[in-house]
Design a protein around this ligand. Structure first.
Ligand SMILES: NC(=O)c1ccc[n+]([C@@H]2O[C@H](COP(=O)([O-])OP(=O)(O)OC[C@H]3O[C@@H](n4cnc5c(N)ncnc54)[C@H](O)[C@@H]3O)[C@@H](O)[C@H]2O)c1
Length: 344
């Protein structure tokens, strides 16, 4: 099996976790790391056993022999490294959300269209959770019928982020830049899009700002999404609930032949079977974020010359719908959501 030469830009909590997953998989060679914060960069270099360390992204992207790049900068800082990676002809794994601006996402999709051979995976990690992958398989096999209403929430106490000030800049992007519907809610929305196989075309939303005053953006954002066929989805993103995190986010999907509730599913055996019992989804229960399957899928996509599980246009559609929902709440009106087509 061919070993892929990978570089990582952004060596905070998530970049380090990606690096550790690369080391555990043994399918790639980590050849270079980049972070503008030298302290973090050197610590990551020691932890991951990498000598080529760059604080300057331009020098990093010129590192000889680097085929692929993992982008783990904060949500609002993905755009510049992404455009540089694509211009340099690197395969990319870019963390979700793609960005915090609708225009920037359109520019990223446009730039990548000029490089159709690059394998670009967007880090919608829930697609790699075995329970959600099994639900996706049920939906694709038609077991649930036509999914006409879905809901998924991202309800996660992130009050600790108030303490994550960058030692280099003295800034805290989690408080200043993170948008709950985009940073967290997009995970749930992506799952609903992926399971239903439908595209969002319209959204309306409401928001409040009571539970996490230190955040710049509203800490509770609730959105309705309409799919192209008229089906409906609802997503709530709450960043400061006073409770622990549920093992499985609220996920419900109602189809003409079956229903999903979190990690259980009820499927009608016949037209007369209108009260099928919920059964546990037949899949391994995995706690936390397993980055290995997502990274393995990306590396395999490069080797096998096939699209990764969450290609760029697909991940972009989740992120832009979430951004449109935030604008809907801000402007107090329904917003039409653009849909990026799969490359031909
Ligand atoms: N998939 C998931 O479930 C998941 C989980 C956690 C975080 N994330 C995402 O991962 C990303 C990183 O999150 P984090 O918590 O590790 O953030 P972080 O702030 O801890 O780390 C980001 C790092 O990027 C560096 N950086 C920023 N801009 C840079 C630039 N232009 N050039 C070089 N270095 C730069 C910063 O110095 C910092 O060390 C975010 O987009 C976040 O939403 C995804």
């Amino acid at each position: 099996m061919r070993t892929i030469s990978v570089g990582i830009i952004g060596l905070g909590h998530n970049g380090l976790a990606h690096g550790q997953a690369h080391c555990a998989l043994g399918r790639s060679a980590l050849v270079a790391l980049c972070d503008r914060n030298p302290e973090r960069l050197e610590a990551a270099g020691r932890a991951l056993g990498v000598d080529a360390l760059y604080t300057d992204p331009t020098a990093f992207f010129a590192h000889p022999g680097m085929e692929a790049v993992s982008i783990n900068t904060g949500d609002a800082f993905h755009g510049a490294p992404f455009l540089a990676a694509v211009a340099a002809g690197k395969h990319v794994l870019i963390e979700k959300p793609l960005g915090n601006s609708e225009d920037e996402i359109a520019a990223m999709v446009q730039a990548a269209a000029a490089q159709p051979d690059l394998k670009i995976q967007v880090g919608y990690i829930l697609r790699f959770n075995p329970v959600f992958a099994r639900l996706h398989a049920h939906a694709r096999a038609g077991d649930l019928g036509d999914l006409y209403y879905l809901e998924g929430d991202y309800i996660h106490n992130l009050l600790y982020q108030a303490n994550q000030t960058d030692t280099l800049t003295g800034r805290n992007w989690y408080l200043e830049e993170e948008i709950p519907m985009v940073g967290g809610g997009c995970h749930a929305l992506d799952l609903l899009r992926w399971i239903s196989g439908k595209e969002v075309v319209r959204t309306w939303a409401y928001a409040t700002h009571k539970a996490f005053p230190a955040m710049q953006h509203d800490d509770c954002q609730v959105a309705l999404f309409q799919f192209a066929d008229g089906s409906i989805a609802k997503v709530a993103a709450l960043y400061a609930p006073r409770c622990g995190m549920a093992p499985y986010y609220n996920l419900r999907a109602y189809g003409t032949n079956g229903t999903v509730e979190r990690d259980t599913v009820a499927i009608s055996a016949s037209a007369d079977d209108v009260h099928p019992a919920f059964q546990p989804v037949d899949a391994e229960r995995v706690a936390g974020h397993g980055y290995e399957p997502e990274i393995l899928d990306w590396l395999d996509a490069i080797v096998d010359d096939r699209p990764p599980r969450c290609p760029l246009h697909d991940g972009a559609n989740s992120t832009i719908a979430a951004l449109c929902a935030v604008r809907a709440a801000r402007e107090g009106r329904e917003i039409a959501v653009p849909v990026f087509a799969a490359p031909q």
